[in-house]
Design a binder for this molecule. Structure first.
Ligand code: PBG
Length: 325
């Protein structure tokens, strides 16, 4: 008889490790966030996110085809308008000819049916002040006035061919308002990916460059305080009651406890967003030779899956999908 138990028996060979691995990571579980920009003649690499581009309509289509060929489960599209096209209410966001809606139509045409086409349903890329909503007379983001704009935006995105709308603005009641608006507009089949828990994070930094954000200040009156855990369960309950089809936790790596809480209680699939700063940290350290890019990305993704995400949004989606297939 052995004097002590030996867990190492199950780690001895690659075959044994493969047999006992609990968590899977497959291309279909990954979603690639993409940026399409107005006024570009060729794709522009985002300097704080090496390997990630602001796309032209043409390069968007090509990158989408590559991602879908690699097996990714979905594409999440963000639009980057010209600075001079921004205004106080983000008018271009709901314009059928606005950059995001044109991009969605291109994706739906190119890869619709082969993957899930997702749209960011938020105003921050389109407002001249950079906030996720419209500003009220008191200078604060006006929740209910913003909901009207979200509904207009959602209707235009559904019409452009988006399958799933990502409600990332953190306004109260946004899922209910958008669900009601979509149904009234005949878009009962358009689904909602609710950003249930979204924290005010410093790790969004590179994204602000990616979308040419005009934000001064911060989003702390609508995004959650990193100190809070319980609040995410309240947000989850509300989003489920309001009709969310999928719920999301964002960012991922500093919020794995929240992800586990949400995954344990959600009655719908759970997504997590490995955001820009998380991508940039790994990329920068790997560029310096301090960590291995492939192993670090795959480890971070399996960790997010293990914490409870059914779906992971990551800028590494295509790259990881190639490694995994
Ligand atoms: C807001 C939005 C943000 C991101 C996605 N949607 C930025 C923010 O909340 O400031 C960040 C994504 C990332 O950092 O990768 N519509």
């Amino acid at each position: 008889m052995t004097a002590f138990d030996r867990p190492r028996r199950l780690r001895r060979t690659p075959a044994m490790r493969r047999l006992v691995a609990e968590t899977t990571l497959q291309p279909r579980q990954l979603v690639l966030p993409m940026f399409v920009a107005d006024g570009l003649t060729e794709p522009r690499e985002i300097s704080s996110m090496p390997g990630v581009y602001q796309h032209t309509m043409d390069s968007l289509r090509k990158a989408a085809v590559e991602a879908v060929g690699a097996g990714v489960g979905g594409l999440m599209l963000f639009g980057v308008p010209l600075p001079e096209d921004k205004d106080a209410t983000g008018s271009l966001a709901s314009d059928p000819d606005g950059i995001l809606n044109r991009g969605l139509r291109a994706l739906a045409e190119e890869v619709g049916g082969a993957t899930v086409v997702m749209a960011d349903t938020c105003l921050d890329e389109f407002t001249d002040h950079g906030h996720c909503g419209v500003i009220g007379s008191d200078g604060a983001v006006d929740n209910d006035a913003t909901l009207h704009r979200y509904v207009e935006m959602a209707l235009s995105q559904a019409a452009a061919g988006a399958d799933l709308l990502g409600t990332s603005g953190m306004m109260d009641g946004q899922v209910a308002a958008i669900r009601r608006g979509l149904d009234a507009g005949g878009h009962t089949d358009t689904a909602i990916l609710a950003y249930a828990a979204k924290y005010a994070s410093a790790f969004y930094g590179p994204f602000r460059e990616a979308v040419g954000s005009s934000l001064q200040g911060d989003r702390r009156t609508y995004q959650q305080d990193p100190a809070n855990r319980r609040e995410s369960l309240r947000e989850l309950e509300l989003d489920l009651a309001e009709g969310a089809d999928i719920v999301m936790v964002k960012p991922a790596m500093s919020y794995l406890d929240i992800l586990r809480d949400v995954a344990d209680r959600s009655t719908v699939p759970v997504a997590a967003y490995q955001i820009s700063g998380e991508y940039s940290m790994i990329t920068a350290a790997a560029e310096r030779g301090w960590i291995d890019r492939r192993d670090s990305i795959l480890e971070s993704l399996i960790g997010i899956r293990r914490a409870g995400a059914d779906i992971v949004l990551t800028y590494s989606a295509t790259e990881a999908a190639h490694w995994l297939s």
